[in-house]
Each structure stands twice: as structure tokens, then as C-alpha cells.
Design a protein around this ligand. Structure first.
Ligand code: ADP
Length: 441
């Protein structure tokens, strides 16, 4: 097709030049005739090109030409048709995606980088009480004012989700996750998690109730077992009584830990936090555990641990003294129980450093260490590295879960580093906003 257009174009020029040369010959000026023919053919070409230009700018009809200009017009028309078809298809797809987003149960909300809302679906309106006519263009924190959300949105670290009461209906709990979309937009996904929270609360209450109910019969059993230890019974029975005593002690500490954990889990809002002095709390915890020798169920004689600690003075923490005390005691008890080489005393160092990030507290030991594949699971409830080793010193498997929850209430996370054969280090940073020097308000 393109070749034919070329041939026609050349033929047209040749014909004009030939005619003009013939006319020139009749005046004995064939060369002048040919030159004039060339110029005429170029002028005609320019006219057609101008027609093409005007048409492509929507300023005139399509050029009627069988040469190169006509061919170009054809190509443009065909391309335009193709593009229109594609555009139609894409419009349809876009419409379907928009309908899909509209019909989602989860709320989808788009903001620009600064946080001004540019679009949201119907579910966002149901979950957050947004109104299409008035709320578009508003800043997200003007409508979602929950302090936890405002802090989360401004912080810009969106790796985790956040849950809070909907501003629309107080009995609705929503989970919100922000995702950076391109360089200048944020997509916010809002989910109704009321039912999940209700089930979770039921689970917490159930565990708390069962643990509470188990306490009374356990105390009675323990009392009788203590009486039997002093009684004059034959050695076989005595051994059984001792073992029953040990197991019932273990059960008691398990029940206490479960109760402690469910109490921690139910205090998500962090209500009632206060400034407390860290030095005395830390010193008290260390003193309490200095002489502590874990009971070995196998009868192994465990030497007393060496604990080194320089407690920073004058530092106050905003939070719950009881919870931070529980974190320190759990980490320290673990270091005493597991952070030693067989037959040797545990060597434990408590490090306390303050920096512009906050107060970093670490408990390090020189024990056998923990294999890397266990590290990420240690804070799960009842997770143990090695059942046989742990069974020699007891433990409920809830200690580190308690530590994790207590630290969450202080916006801190437990970091665990360990090298097999060299020891482990459990550390966390209480953020700077929760730290102050004593006396400075
Ligand atoms: P437990 O109440 O059984 O001590 P934790 O939740 O406190 O449970 O600890 C979970 C597991 O983590 C322990 O069973 C132990 O295997 C491991 N662990 C904790 N601290 C240390 C440590 N300092 N050194 C080696 N292993 C440890």
C-alpha cells in the first residue's frame, strides 16, 4: 500500500515535469520548463500537506488524495479507530474496577501525600460516617481524630495496622492500614473488626475466668500436699508427694502467668500510666533475684548467678511500674534459668543506656544461646526451644509473651539476639517521649 502511494506520487511529479518540459520545448527552453514543472509539483504537494495538517487539527475535511498524503491520512484514521477501541475497552475496565471497589465490604480511601482525601468508596461512608458531598478534599485527621490514628498517620511508619473505635458509631471497631501508593498518594484500607474483637475478648475473659477458678482448688491441693510432706509416710509415698508438690507449684505459676497475661491483654488503651522512677525499680528487681537459684526438677545443683548492673539514676519513665518490673524480672529469671553453661554459674549483665532514641535496656547472658530458627517464635505463648532442657528448670512458657505485651504498652519492642555457644541478649528501647530526667517536668 505504502509502495503504491510512493509510485503514484513519483508518477505525478514525473508527469507534471514531463508536461512542463514539453511546454518548455515549444519555447526552446526545455530545462526551464522542467524546473517550472518541479516547482509546480512541490507547490501542489505543499497544498496537500497543509490540508493534512488542517484536518489533523480538526480544522478541515480529510485530504482526498491517492498519493502519500492520502496514505498518511488513512494510517492516521486507522490508528485513531484502534485507539478509540482501546480507550473504550479501558474505560469499561476502569468502570468495572470502580464498581468492584464500590461494592467492597472494606472501606478504601485515597488521600494525597499531605493527607487530603481525594476519593473513597461507599463502605468508608458506612464505617467512618464520611459524606461524599462535603468530606472530599478534607484532611483525614479532621474526620478521624482518634489520637492513636493521628499519631500513626503522622509518624509515616505504616508497617503495622491500627485499631480504634469508629467516630461514626462507638460500638464499631475499625482496623486501619495505610499504604504508600506511588510517590504522592496514600491508600487507606478500613476493616470492620468488631466481631473479631468480641471473640478475642470472650477468649480473654474465658482464660481469665478459668485461671481464676483454678486458683482455689490448687491452693487446697497445695495445702494438703504441704501437710503430707511433714507427715510420717513411707519413702515411696514421700517421693510421690514431693513430685505432686512440684507439679502443683508449676501449675500455680502457670495459672498466675495466665492471669497476668490476660490482664495485660485487656489493658490495650494504656489507661492510668504515670511517671515512675526507674533506678529504684531496677535495683529492687535485681536485689530480689540476686540470690535466686532455680529449682532443678532433675536434682542438678545450680550455682548462684553473677549479676552485673549499673542502674542509671535520675531517670523517670511514663508507663506502668508494675509492668516494667515484670519485664525485668522475667528477662532476668530467664537469664538465670537458661543463660548458663552446664554446671557453671550464669554470668548476666544488665545494660542501661540513654540516647536520643530513648532508654535502651538489655539483659545479656553467656549461656548456650538460642538457634536462629527459634528467635522469631520465642514470644509466642507456650513456645519453648527445647522441652527436655526446659523441663529441668520448669517455666510456664508464658514469660516472654508477658514481656512482649508489657512492652507494647510502652511503645517498645523486644529485640532478641543470640549466638549459639556464646549467649543471648534481650533488649528494648523505651522511646524518648516516655523518658525524662527526674525533676524536669
Ligand atoms: P518460660 O516460662 O518457659 O521460661 P519464656 O516465655 O520466658 O518461657 O521463654 C520461652 C523460651 O525461650 C524458654 O523456654 C527458653 O527456651 C527460651 N529462653 C528464654 N530466655 C532465654 C535465655 N536467656 N537463653 C536461652 N534461652 C532462653
Amino acid at each position: 500500500m505504502q509502495q503504491i502511494a510512493w509510485q503514484r506520487e513519483l508518477l505525478r511529479i514525473a508527469l507534471i515535469v514531463l508536461l512542463a518540459t514539453a511546454a518548455g520545448m515549444s519555447f526552446d527552453r526545455p530545462l526551464l520548463g522542467a524546473f517550472v514543472g518541479l516547482i509546480v509539483s512541490q507547490v501542489l504537494m505543499l497544498r496537500r500537506l497543509n490540508e493534512l495538517f488542517l484536518w489533523s487539527n480538526n480544522q478541515g475535511p480529510a485530504p482526498q488524495d491517492s498519493g502519500l498524503v492520502g496514505y498518511s491520512a488513512d494510517v492516521i484514521i486507522r490508528r485513531e479507530r484502534l485507539l478509540n477501541k482501546k480507550l473504550k475497552r479501558q474505560k469499561k475496565q476502569l468502570k468495572r474496577i470502580a464498581e468492584g471497589i464500590e461494592s467492597l465490604q472494606d472501606g478504601i480511601l485515597i488521600t494525597n501525600q499531605a493527607g487530603f482525601m481525594t476519593a473513597f468508596n461507599r463502605a468508608s461512608c458506612h464505617l467512618l460516617g464520611l459524606r461524599v458531598d462535603t468530606d472530599k478534599g478534607q484532611h483525614i485527621t479532621n474526620l478521624l481524630r482518634a489520637p492513636s490514628f493521628v499519631k500513626y498517620f503522622k509518624k509515616g511508619d505504616y508497617r503495622e495496622v491500627i485499631e480504634f473505635k469508629s467516630p461514626y458509631r462507638s460500638n464499631l471497631i475499625v482496623q486501619v492500614q495505610v499504604t504508600q501508593f506511588g510517590v504522592d498518594q496514600k491508600v487507606i484500607i478500613i476493616r470492620d473488626v468488631t466481631e473479631r474483637q468480641r471473640v478475642e475478648q470472650m477468649r480473654q475473659h474465658f482464660i481469665a475466668d478459668v485461671s481464676h477458678e483454678l486458683r482455689t482448688p490448687l491452693t487446697v491441693i497445695n495445702g494438703y500436699l504441704e501437710m503430707l510432706v511433714d507427715a510420717d509416710v513411707n519413702p515411696g509415698v514421700m517421693r510421690a508427694v514431693r513430685q505432686m508438690g512440684e507439679q502443683s507449684d508449676r501449675m500455680k505459676s502457670l495459672v498466675n502467668d495466665l492471669l497476668h497475661l490476660s490482664k495485660l491483654e485487656s489493658n490495650n488503651a494504656g489507661i492510668g500510666s504515670d511517671w515512675f522512677e526507674f533506678q529504684s525499680l531496677c535495683a529492687m528487681g535485681v536485689d530480689q533475684l540476686r540470690g535466686y537459684i532455680p529449682k532443678s526438677l532433675t536434682g542438678e545443683k545450680i550455682p548462684e548467678a553473677n549479676i552485673e548492673c549499673e542502674c542509671a539514676s535520675n531517670i523517670e519513665i511514663l508507663g506502668f511500674a508494675e509492668e516494667i518490673n515484670s519485664v525485668l524480672t522475667n528477662l532476668l529469671t530467664n537469664a538465670i534459668k537458661y543463660g548458663r553453661k552446664e554446671g557453671q554459674a550464669a554470668q548476666i549483665k544488665i545494660g542501661i543506656h540513654s540516647s536520643n532514641k530513648g532508654l535502651e535496656i538489655s539483659v545479656a547472658d553467656e549461656g548456650d544461646g538460642i538457634a536462629p530458627n527459634h528467635l522469631s517464635r520465642l514470644t509466642e505463648r507456650f513456645y519453648r526451644v527445647d522441652e527436655s532442657r526446659e523441663s529441668t528448670v520448669g517455666g510456664s512458657g508464658l514469660g516472654l509473651a508477658i514481656v512482649r505485651h508489657a512492652l507494647e504498652h510502652h511503645d517498645a519492642q523486644l529485640k532478641i539476639e543470640s549466638t549459639l555457644g556464646e549467649g543471648s541478649c534481650f533488649s528494648f528501647v523505651i522511646p524518648a517521649e516516655r523518658i525524662r530526667i527526674k525533676g524536669s517536668d
